[in-house]
Ligand binder design. Structure first.
Ligand code: HEC
Length: 157
């Protein structure tokens, strides 16, 4: 009898843990969707498909799925260099969104990593804080030529 009760309690707490985890992911995704619609949709589009040669897709993007630090940095600092992303070039300029809170950035990136057919772990506010605080300074190798900033500024219509 006691054994049964222990098993039941263990099962219940396991279920609660799983529920809490998926629930926090889905609440973060829901909050992130609101941030995305306001801050990112105009460029990266509702389906995360981006705009060819202007704004990169977030759907099935290698960095979005695999490199949290890089995408946190892009949102914090913006991105103006014309670099290849998944073998394509994009010539628009993404401004810094550092005015968003750590939680908002975590939520919007969690949303991006779990929408448009993407599936990846959540980005946490602590991870954003770490990057914002500069704990992940990347050293530039001297023998790499700098990327030419030949990108024309965005025309605000
Ligand atoms: C003005 C248009 C614009 C807005 C608004 C914008 N982006 Fe971007 N984003 C870009 C462009 C353009 C690039 C690529 C820049 C480059 O190649 O230099 C980019 C790059 C990225 C990348 C890197 C993609 C990769 O594959 O490495 C991520 C992630 C990203 N944006 C997320 C966001 C999020 C999240 C928001 C909203 C908080 C946002 N962007 C708002 C235009 C925009």
């Amino acid at each position: 009898m006691k054994k049964k009760l222990i098993t039941a309690t263990a099962l219940f707490s396991l279920a609660a843990m799983v529920w809490a985890q998926t629930n926090s992911l889905s609440t973060s995704v829901a909050r992130g969707e609101a941030v995305y619609k306001k801050e990112c949709l105009s460029c990266h589009q509702a389906d995360g498909g981006g705009v060819p040669h202007m704004n990169p897709p977030l759907a099935q993007s290698t960095n979005v799925l695999k490199d949290k630090k890089k995408i946190i940095t892009v949102v914090l600092k913006g991105m103006t260099d014309r670099v290849a992303l998944d073998d394509e070039y994009y010539s628009n300029v993404m401004a810094s969104h550092s005015y968003l809170t750590d939680q908002q950035i975590a939520d919007v990136l969690t949303y991006a990593r779990n929408s448009f057919g993407n599936k990846a772990s959540a980005v946490t506010a602590a991870e954003v804080k770490g990057v914002r605080g500069g704990s992940t300074v990347t050293t530039v190798k001297k023998n790499i030529a700098p990327v030419k900033k030949s990108v024309a500024p965005i025309k605000k219509s």
